[in-house]
Design a protein around this ligand. Structure first.
Ligand SMILES: [Zn+2]
Length: 50
């Protein structure tokens, strides 16, 4: 895991926090999975599903 989150990581983290704020647990999980996948593969936000 990179020591400093990139901007995409931060956007995923923010989106997850917003989803949690909306009590939309499934969406929050989606964002968390997307962030993890992004960190593993270097994918970017515009490739997110949904
Ligand atoms: Zn990142």
């Amino acid at each position: 895991m990179p020591p400093t989150p990139c901007r995409t990581c931060q956007e995923f983290t923010l989106a997850e926090a917003v989803a949690n704020g909306e009590r939309d647990w499934s969406k929050a999980t989606d964002w968390r999975v997307l962030r993890k996948r992004h960190q593993e593969t270097g994918e970017y936000l515009d490739q997110k599903a949904g």
